[in-house]
Write a protein that binds this ligand. Sequence first.
Ligand SMILES: Cc1cc2nc3c(=O)[nH]c(=O)nc-3n(C[C@H](O)[C@H](O)[C@H](O)COP(=O)(O)O)c2cc1C
Ligand SMILES: [Fe+2]
Ligand SMILES: [Fe+2]
Length: 403
Amino acid sequence: MICKGTNTSIAEGIIRMGGDDRRSPIFEGEIPIPEGVSYNSYVILDEKTVLLDTCDESVSHGYMSSLEDALSGRDLDYFVISHMEPDHGAAIGDVIRNYPEATVVASGLAFEMLANFLEINPEKRLVVEDGTVLELGKRSLTFISASMVHWPEVMMSYESKDGILFSADAFGTFGALDGAVFADQLDFDGKYMDEARRYYTNIVGKYGAQVRKVLDKSGSVEIKMICPLHGPIWRGGFGEFVGKYVKWSGYEPEEDGVVIGYASMYGNTADAADTLATMLRSKGVKVVVHDLSRRHSSYLVSDAFRFSNIVLAAPTYNNGLHPAMSAAIENMESMTVRARKYSIIGNGSWAPRSHEFMCKRTEALKDMTLVGEPVVFKSSLKDEDREKLAHLADEIAASMGEA
Ligand SMILES: Cc1cc2nc3c(=O)[nH]c(=O)nc-3n(C[C@H](O)[C@H](O)[C@H](O)COP(=O)(O)O)c2cc1C
Ligand SMILES: [Fe+2]
Ligand SMILES: [Fe+2]
Protein backbone atom coordinates (compact mmCIF):
# COMPACT_ATOMS: atom_id res chain seq x y z
CA MET A 1 0.00 0.00 0.00
CA ILE A 2 1.02 3.60 -0.51
CA CYS A 3 0.71 5.61 2.69
CA LYS A 4 2.36 8.66 4.22
CA GLY A 5 4.77 6.45 6.10
CA THR A 6 6.31 5.10 2.91
CA ASN A 7 7.12 8.53 1.43
CA THR A 8 10.91 8.72 1.17
CA SER A 9 13.26 11.55 0.23
CA ILE A 10 15.56 10.28 -2.53
CA ALA A 11 17.39 13.53 -3.37
CA GLU A 12 17.05 17.14 -2.23
CA GLY A 13 13.40 18.01 -2.77
CA ILE A 14 12.52 14.75 -4.50
CA ILE A 15 10.18 12.31 -2.79
CA ARG A 16 9.40 8.78 -3.85
CA MET A 17 5.83 7.82 -3.08
CA GLY A 18 5.51 4.09 -3.43
CA GLY A 19 4.23 0.83 -2.12
CA ASP A 20 4.11 -2.91 -2.47
CA ASP A 21 1.26 -5.04 -3.75
CA ARG A 22 1.68 -8.46 -2.18
CA ARG A 23 -1.92 -9.51 -2.71
CA SER A 24 -2.62 -9.60 -6.47
CA PRO A 25 -1.77 -13.06 -7.80
CA ILE A 26 -1.27 -11.93 -11.39
CA PHE A 27 -0.10 -8.88 -13.32
CA GLU A 28 -1.83 -7.73 -16.52
CA GLY A 29 -4.42 -10.46 -15.86
CA GLU A 30 -1.87 -13.01 -17.03
CA ILE A 31 1.59 -13.04 -15.45
CA PRO A 32 1.97 -14.62 -11.98
CA ILE A 33 3.67 -12.38 -9.40
CA PRO A 34 4.31 -14.70 -6.45
CA GLU A 35 6.81 -12.23 -4.99
CA GLY A 36 4.44 -9.25 -5.42
CA VAL A 37 5.19 -6.03 -7.28
CA SER A 38 5.96 -2.47 -6.27
CA TYR A 39 4.81 0.89 -7.65
CA ASN A 40 6.63 4.24 -7.60
CA SER A 41 5.42 7.78 -8.16
CA TYR A 42 7.58 10.87 -7.64
CA VAL A 43 7.17 14.42 -6.33
CA ILE A 44 9.67 17.20 -7.04
CA LEU A 45 9.64 20.29 -4.82
CA ASP A 46 11.46 23.16 -6.55
CA GLU A 47 10.25 26.69 -7.35
CA LYS A 48 7.57 24.69 -9.11
CA THR A 49 6.13 21.46 -7.76
CA VAL A 50 5.78 18.37 -9.93
CA LEU A 51 4.10 14.99 -9.63
CA LEU A 52 5.33 12.24 -11.95
CA ASP A 53 2.70 9.51 -12.48
CA THR A 54 0.43 7.91 -9.87
CA CYS A 55 -0.03 4.20 -9.11
CA ASP A 56 -2.11 1.05 -9.58
CA GLU A 57 -5.53 0.59 -8.02
CA SER A 58 -4.14 -2.23 -5.87
CA VAL A 59 -2.00 0.21 -3.85
CA SER A 60 -4.00 3.43 -4.27
CA HIS A 61 -5.68 3.29 -0.85
CA GLY A 62 -3.72 6.15 0.78
CA TYR A 63 -2.39 7.79 -2.35
CA MET A 64 -4.04 11.22 -2.15
CA SER A 65 -3.11 11.83 1.49
CA SER A 66 0.45 10.68 0.73
CA LEU A 67 0.56 13.19 -2.11
CA GLU A 68 -0.64 15.96 0.19
CA ASP A 69 2.08 14.97 2.65
CA ALA A 70 4.76 14.86 -0.07
CA LEU A 71 3.76 18.34 -1.26
CA SER A 72 4.26 19.69 2.32
CA GLY A 73 1.28 22.01 2.10
CA ARG A 74 2.18 23.39 -1.34
CA ASP A 75 -0.07 23.36 -4.38
CA LEU A 76 0.74 21.23 -7.42
CA ASP A 77 2.07 23.08 -10.47
CA TYR A 78 2.76 20.23 -12.93
CA PHE A 79 1.42 16.70 -13.21
CA VAL A 80 3.55 14.65 -15.60
CA ILE A 81 1.98 11.50 -17.08
CA SER A 82 4.63 9.24 -18.65
CA HIS A 83 2.05 6.93 -20.18
CA MET A 84 -1.56 6.03 -19.73
CA GLU A 85 -1.31 2.39 -18.71
CA PRO A 86 -3.69 2.02 -15.78
CA ASP A 87 -1.08 0.43 -13.47
CA HIS A 88 0.22 3.99 -12.97
CA GLY A 89 -3.01 5.84 -13.55
CA ALA A 90 -5.41 4.86 -10.75
CA ALA A 91 -5.25 8.31 -9.14
CA ILE A 92 -5.05 10.44 -12.30
CA GLY A 93 -8.72 11.51 -12.06
CA ASP A 94 -8.42 12.34 -8.35
CA VAL A 95 -5.23 14.36 -8.91
CA ILE A 96 -6.80 16.39 -11.73
CA ARG A 97 -9.97 17.01 -9.72
CA ASN A 98 -8.14 17.87 -6.49
CA TYR A 99 -5.48 20.06 -8.08
CA PRO A 100 -7.39 21.90 -10.83
CA GLU A 101 -4.65 24.54 -11.09
CA ALA A 102 -2.00 21.95 -12.00
CA THR A 103 -0.87 21.82 -15.63
CA VAL A 104 -1.02 18.27 -16.96
CA VAL A 105 2.15 17.46 -18.92
CA ALA A 106 2.19 14.58 -21.41
CA SER A 107 2.68 13.61 -25.03
CA GLY A 108 -0.11 14.42 -27.50
CA LEU A 109 -1.00 10.76 -27.76
CA ALA A 110 -1.17 10.41 -23.96
CA PHE A 111 -3.72 13.26 -23.88
CA GLU A 112 -5.86 11.43 -26.46
CA MET A 113 -5.68 8.29 -24.33
CA LEU A 114 -6.46 10.26 -21.17
CA ALA A 115 -9.72 11.46 -22.71
CA ASN A 116 -10.53 7.89 -23.78
CA PHE A 117 -9.78 6.30 -20.43
CA LEU A 118 -11.20 8.88 -18.06
CA GLU A 119 -13.30 11.20 -20.22
CA ILE A 120 -11.26 14.04 -18.76
CA ASN A 121 -9.87 16.91 -20.82
CA PRO A 122 -7.86 19.03 -18.42
CA GLU A 123 -7.95 22.71 -19.34
CA LYS A 124 -4.40 23.32 -18.26
CA ARG A 125 -2.27 21.09 -20.42
CA LEU A 126 1.22 21.11 -21.84
CA VAL A 127 1.93 18.82 -24.78
CA VAL A 128 5.58 17.77 -24.77
CA GLU A 129 7.73 16.13 -27.41
CA ASP A 130 11.12 14.50 -27.48
CA GLY A 131 13.57 17.15 -26.24
CA THR A 132 11.01 19.55 -24.69
CA VAL A 133 12.45 21.14 -21.53
CA LEU A 134 10.30 22.06 -18.53
CA GLU A 135 11.97 24.58 -16.19
CA LEU A 136 11.20 24.06 -12.52
CA GLY A 137 13.60 26.51 -10.85
CA LYS A 138 16.93 24.95 -9.91
CA ARG A 139 15.95 21.82 -11.75
CA SER A 140 14.54 21.14 -15.17
CA LEU A 141 13.00 18.11 -16.85
CA THR A 142 13.87 17.14 -20.43
CA PHE A 143 11.43 14.73 -22.03
CA ILE A 144 12.69 11.70 -23.92
CA SER A 145 10.27 9.89 -26.19
CA ALA A 146 10.30 6.15 -25.50
CA SER A 147 7.63 5.22 -27.98
CA MET A 148 6.62 1.53 -27.77
CA VAL A 149 8.59 0.91 -24.59
CA HIS A 150 6.03 -0.48 -24.21
CA TRP A 151 3.09 1.78 -25.10
CA PRO A 152 3.21 4.25 -28.00
CA GLU A 153 2.83 7.48 -25.98
CA VAL A 154 5.60 6.86 -23.43
CA MET A 155 7.79 9.79 -22.37
CA MET A 156 10.68 9.37 -19.96
CA SER A 157 12.03 12.49 -18.25
CA TYR A 158 15.59 13.46 -17.41
CA GLU A 159 16.47 15.83 -14.57
CA SER A 160 19.81 17.39 -15.42
CA LYS A 161 20.96 18.91 -12.09
CA ASP A 162 21.36 15.53 -10.38
CA GLY A 163 21.34 13.39 -13.55
CA ILE A 164 18.13 11.55 -12.70
CA LEU A 165 16.36 9.50 -15.34
CA PHE A 166 12.67 8.93 -14.62
CA SER A 167 12.59 5.84 -16.80
CA ALA A 168 8.86 4.94 -16.78
CA ASP A 169 8.53 1.12 -16.95
CA ALA A 170 12.14 0.57 -18.08
CA PHE A 171 14.52 -0.84 -15.47
CA GLY A 172 11.60 -2.07 -13.38
CA THR A 173 11.15 -5.44 -11.76
CA PHE A 174 8.52 -7.66 -10.20
CA GLY A 175 8.89 -8.32 -6.49
CA ALA A 176 7.80 -6.40 -3.40
CA LEU A 177 10.57 -4.23 -1.90
CA ASP A 178 9.82 -4.76 1.80
CA GLY A 179 10.64 -1.20 2.81
CA ALA A 180 13.67 -0.78 0.60
CA VAL A 181 13.74 2.13 -1.82
CA PHE A 182 17.21 1.79 -3.38
CA ALA A 183 18.63 -1.23 -5.19
CA ASP A 184 21.74 -1.11 -3.00
CA GLN A 185 19.56 -1.90 0.03
CA LEU A 186 18.65 -5.23 -1.57
CA ASP A 187 20.41 -8.36 -2.77
CA PHE A 188 19.34 -7.37 -6.29
CA ASP A 189 21.49 -9.86 -8.22
CA GLY A 190 20.65 -12.73 -5.89
CA LYS A 191 16.98 -12.05 -5.27
CA TYR A 192 15.56 -9.71 -7.91
CA MET A 193 17.47 -10.18 -11.18
CA ASP A 194 15.40 -13.22 -12.23
CA GLU A 195 12.20 -11.27 -11.62
CA ALA A 196 13.63 -8.20 -13.41
CA ARG A 197 14.33 -10.43 -16.40
CA ARG A 198 10.85 -11.98 -16.26
CA TYR A 199 9.37 -8.48 -16.03
CA TYR A 200 11.38 -7.15 -19.00
CA THR A 201 11.03 -10.18 -21.26
CA ASN A 202 7.27 -10.57 -20.75
CA ILE A 203 6.33 -6.90 -20.87
CA VAL A 204 8.87 -5.16 -23.06
CA GLY A 205 10.58 -8.17 -24.67
CA LYS A 206 8.88 -7.70 -27.99
CA TYR A 207 10.11 -4.11 -28.33
CA GLY A 208 13.88 -4.69 -28.43
CA ALA A 209 14.49 -2.25 -31.30
CA GLN A 210 12.62 0.53 -29.50
CA VAL A 211 14.49 -0.18 -26.24
CA ARG A 212 17.79 0.09 -28.15
CA LYS A 213 16.72 3.47 -29.51
CA VAL A 214 16.10 4.83 -26.02
CA LEU A 215 19.34 3.30 -24.67
CA ASP A 216 21.24 5.07 -27.47
CA LYS A 217 19.48 8.37 -26.80
CA SER A 218 20.03 8.26 -23.04
CA GLY A 219 23.67 7.28 -23.62
CA SER A 220 24.38 10.91 -24.55
CA VAL A 221 23.49 12.28 -21.08
CA GLU A 222 25.10 11.58 -17.73
CA ILE A 223 22.80 9.40 -15.64
CA LYS A 224 23.51 9.14 -11.92
CA MET A 225 20.17 7.85 -10.75
CA ILE A 226 17.44 5.77 -12.41
CA CYS A 227 13.91 6.10 -11.05
CA PRO A 228 11.60 3.46 -12.55
CA LEU A 229 7.86 3.08 -11.95
CA HIS A 230 8.33 -0.43 -10.51
CA GLY A 231 11.14 -1.76 -8.37
CA PRO A 232 14.01 -0.07 -6.57
CA ILE A 233 15.70 3.19 -7.49
CA TRP A 234 19.28 2.96 -8.75
CA ARG A 235 21.69 5.54 -7.31
CA GLY A 236 24.73 4.07 -9.04
CA GLY A 237 25.99 0.57 -9.69
CA PHE A 238 23.53 0.02 -12.52
CA GLY A 239 26.13 -0.83 -15.18
CA GLU A 240 25.43 -4.56 -15.02
CA PHE A 241 21.66 -4.04 -15.17
CA VAL A 242 21.97 -1.70 -18.16
CA GLY A 243 24.26 -4.33 -19.73
CA LYS A 244 21.43 -6.87 -19.36
CA TYR A 245 19.08 -4.46 -21.15
CA VAL A 246 21.59 -4.18 -23.98
CA LYS A 247 21.64 -7.99 -24.32
CA TRP A 248 17.90 -8.49 -23.92
CA SER A 249 17.03 -5.75 -26.42
CA GLY A 250 19.49 -7.30 -28.89
CA TYR A 251 18.08 -10.81 -28.29
CA GLU A 252 21.57 -11.96 -27.32
CA PRO A 253 21.75 -14.73 -24.70
CA GLU A 254 23.30 -13.75 -21.38
CA GLU A 255 25.11 -17.05 -21.08
CA ASP A 256 25.48 -20.58 -22.43
CA GLY A 257 22.92 -22.85 -20.84
CA VAL A 258 19.69 -24.72 -21.50
CA VAL A 259 16.11 -24.06 -20.51
CA ILE A 260 13.96 -27.19 -20.82
CA GLY A 261 10.22 -26.57 -20.94
CA TYR A 262 8.05 -29.65 -20.86
CA ALA A 263 4.39 -30.60 -20.73
CA SER A 264 3.50 -33.99 -19.31
CA MET A 265 0.29 -35.68 -18.20
CA TYR A 266 1.58 -38.92 -16.67
CA GLY A 267 5.26 -38.17 -16.13
CA ASN A 268 6.90 -39.89 -19.10
CA THR A 269 7.77 -36.69 -20.96
CA ALA A 270 8.93 -35.29 -17.62
CA ASP A 271 11.26 -38.32 -17.34
CA ALA A 272 12.76 -37.45 -20.71
CA ALA A 273 13.26 -33.82 -19.67
CA ASP A 274 14.92 -34.82 -16.40
CA THR A 275 17.06 -37.47 -18.07
CA LEU A 276 18.34 -34.92 -20.58
CA ALA A 277 18.88 -32.38 -17.79
CA THR A 278 20.97 -34.93 -15.85
CA MET A 279 23.02 -35.76 -18.93
CA LEU A 280 23.66 -32.08 -19.63
CA ARG A 281 24.57 -31.33 -16.01
CA SER A 282 27.11 -34.15 -16.05
CA LYS A 283 28.79 -32.30 -18.91
CA GLY A 284 28.92 -29.09 -16.86
CA VAL A 285 26.08 -27.40 -18.73
CA LYS A 286 23.79 -25.06 -16.77
CA VAL A 287 20.15 -26.24 -16.97
CA VAL A 288 16.79 -24.90 -15.81
CA VAL A 289 13.69 -27.12 -16.14
CA HIS A 290 10.10 -25.81 -16.19
CA ASP A 291 6.98 -27.97 -16.00
CA LEU A 292 4.74 -25.90 -18.27
CA SER A 293 1.57 -27.46 -16.88
CA ARG A 294 2.50 -26.06 -13.51
CA ARG A 295 4.68 -23.05 -14.20
CA HIS A 296 3.47 -20.13 -16.27
CA SER A 297 5.13 -19.67 -19.66
CA SER A 298 6.51 -16.27 -18.53
CA TYR A 299 9.26 -18.29 -16.79
CA LEU A 300 10.10 -20.14 -20.01
CA VAL A 301 10.15 -16.87 -21.99
CA SER A 302 12.43 -15.31 -19.39
CA ASP A 303 14.91 -18.19 -19.44
CA ALA A 304 14.72 -18.34 -23.23
CA PHE A 305 16.05 -14.76 -23.25
CA ARG A 306 18.70 -15.75 -20.69
CA PHE A 307 20.14 -18.94 -22.18
CA SER A 308 21.66 -19.96 -25.50
CA ASN A 309 19.59 -23.18 -25.89
CA ILE A 310 15.94 -24.11 -25.53
CA VAL A 311 14.55 -27.66 -25.34
CA LEU A 312 10.80 -28.23 -25.78
CA ALA A 313 9.31 -31.60 -24.78
CA ALA A 314 5.64 -32.53 -25.04
CA PRO A 315 3.29 -35.47 -25.57
CA THR A 316 0.86 -35.74 -28.46
CA TYR A 317 -2.64 -34.73 -27.39
CA ASN A 318 -5.74 -35.57 -29.44
CA ASN A 319 -3.61 -35.66 -32.54
CA GLY A 320 -2.28 -32.23 -31.61
CA LEU A 321 0.05 -30.58 -29.16
CA HIS A 322 -0.49 -30.63 -25.41
CA PRO A 323 -2.25 -27.32 -24.53
CA ALA A 324 0.42 -26.27 -22.00
CA MET A 325 3.12 -26.50 -24.69
CA SER A 326 0.88 -24.83 -27.23
CA ALA A 327 0.33 -21.84 -24.92
CA ALA A 328 4.06 -21.66 -24.13
CA ILE A 329 5.03 -21.52 -27.81
CA GLU A 330 2.39 -18.87 -28.42
CA ASN A 331 3.86 -16.76 -25.61
CA MET A 332 7.41 -17.21 -26.95
CA GLU A 333 6.17 -16.04 -30.33
CA SER A 334 4.33 -13.11 -28.81
CA MET A 335 7.41 -11.98 -26.86
CA THR A 336 9.54 -12.57 -29.98
CA VAL A 337 11.99 -15.09 -28.57
CA ARG A 338 14.53 -15.42 -31.37
CA ALA A 339 18.08 -16.32 -32.39
CA ARG A 340 18.36 -19.34 -30.10
CA LYS A 341 19.46 -22.92 -30.59
CA TYR A 342 16.58 -25.29 -29.90
CA SER A 343 15.83 -29.01 -29.68
CA ILE A 344 12.63 -31.02 -29.62
CA ILE A 345 11.43 -34.10 -27.72
CA GLY A 346 8.07 -35.65 -28.67
CA ASN A 347 6.03 -38.45 -27.13
CA GLY A 348 2.83 -40.35 -27.99
CA SER A 349 1.28 -43.76 -27.39
CA TRP A 350 -0.18 -44.65 -30.77
CA ALA A 351 0.73 -42.00 -33.38
CA PRO A 352 3.29 -39.56 -31.93
CA ARG A 353 3.11 -36.22 -33.74
CA SER A 354 3.86 -33.61 -31.08
CA HIS A 355 7.42 -33.21 -32.45
CA GLU A 356 5.99 -32.26 -35.84
CA PHE A 357 3.73 -29.61 -34.29
CA MET A 358 6.55 -28.21 -32.15
CA CYS A 359 8.83 -27.99 -35.21
CA LYS A 360 6.08 -26.32 -37.24
CA ARG A 361 5.08 -23.86 -34.52
CA THR A 362 8.66 -22.79 -33.73
CA GLU A 363 9.05 -21.78 -37.39
CA ALA A 364 7.27 -18.58 -36.34
CA LEU A 365 10.31 -17.67 -34.18
CA LYS A 366 13.04 -15.87 -36.10
CA ASP A 367 16.65 -16.98 -36.59
CA MET A 368 16.29 -20.24 -34.68
CA THR A 369 18.73 -23.12 -35.21
CA LEU A 370 17.62 -26.69 -34.64
CA VAL A 371 20.20 -28.70 -32.70
CA GLY A 372 20.02 -32.47 -33.20
CA GLU A 373 17.20 -34.52 -34.64
CA PRO A 374 13.91 -34.37 -32.70
CA VAL A 375 13.88 -37.27 -30.22
CA VAL A 376 10.59 -39.14 -30.50
CA PHE A 377 9.56 -41.98 -28.20
CA LYS A 378 6.46 -44.06 -27.52
CA SER A 379 4.82 -43.90 -24.08
CA SER A 380 7.87 -44.35 -21.85
CA LEU A 381 11.63 -44.12 -22.21
CA LYS A 382 13.47 -47.27 -23.30
CA ASP A 383 17.24 -47.79 -23.50
CA GLU A 384 17.26 -46.83 -27.18
CA ASP A 385 15.46 -43.56 -26.33
CA ARG A 386 17.97 -42.82 -23.58
CA GLU A 387 20.72 -43.34 -26.15
CA LYS A 388 19.05 -40.79 -28.41
CA LEU A 389 18.83 -38.36 -25.49
CA ALA A 390 22.53 -38.93 -24.72
CA HIS A 391 23.32 -38.14 -28.32
CA LEU A 392 21.15 -34.99 -28.13
CA ALA A 393 22.97 -33.94 -24.93
CA ASP A 394 26.29 -34.31 -26.81
CA GLU A 395 25.01 -32.16 -29.65
CA ILE A 396 23.59 -29.49 -27.34
CA ALA A 397 26.87 -29.31 -25.41
CA ALA A 398 28.81 -29.16 -28.67
CA SER A 399 26.56 -26.35 -29.93
CA MET A 400 27.82 -24.19 -27.08
CA GLY A 401 31.43 -25.15 -27.50
CA GLU A 402 31.52 -27.65 -24.59
CA ALA A 403 33.27 -30.94 -25.13
C1 LIG B 1 -6.32 -36.76 -23.72
C2 LIG B 1 -5.19 -37.51 -24.38
C3 LIG B 1 -5.03 -37.45 -25.74
C4 LIG B 1 -3.98 -38.12 -26.37
N1 LIG B 1 -3.83 -38.05 -27.71
C5 LIG B 1 -2.86 -38.75 -28.34
C6 LIG B 1 -2.70 -38.76 -29.76
O1 LIG B 1 -3.44 -38.09 -30.45
N2 LIG B 1 -1.70 -39.48 -30.32
C7 LIG B 1 -0.86 -40.24 -29.56
O2 LIG B 1 0.05 -40.86 -30.10
N3 LIG B 1 -0.97 -40.26 -28.19
C8 LIG B 1 -1.95 -39.54 -27.58
N4 LIG B 1 -2.09 -39.58 -26.22
C9 LIG B 1 -1.15 -40.41 -25.46
C10 LIG B 1 -0.03 -39.60 -24.86
O3 LIG B 1 0.58 -38.75 -25.79
C11 LIG B 1 1.02 -40.60 -24.37
O4 LIG B 1 0.42 -41.48 -23.43
C12 LIG B 1 2.25 -39.96 -23.75
O5 LIG B 1 3.16 -40.96 -23.42
C13 LIG B 1 1.90 -39.18 -22.48
O6 LIG B 1 3.07 -38.62 -21.98
P1 LIG B 1 3.19 -38.20 -20.45
O7 LIG B 1 3.39 -39.43 -19.64
O8 LIG B 1 4.37 -37.30 -20.43
O9 LIG B 1 1.92 -37.51 -20.10
C14 LIG B 1 -3.09 -38.91 -25.61
C15 LIG B 1 -3.28 -38.97 -24.20
C16 LIG B 1 -4.31 -38.29 -23.60
C17 LIG B 1 -4.47 -38.37 -22.12
FE1 LIG C 1 3.47 0.36 -18.58
FE1 LIG D 1 4.01 -0.40 -15.27
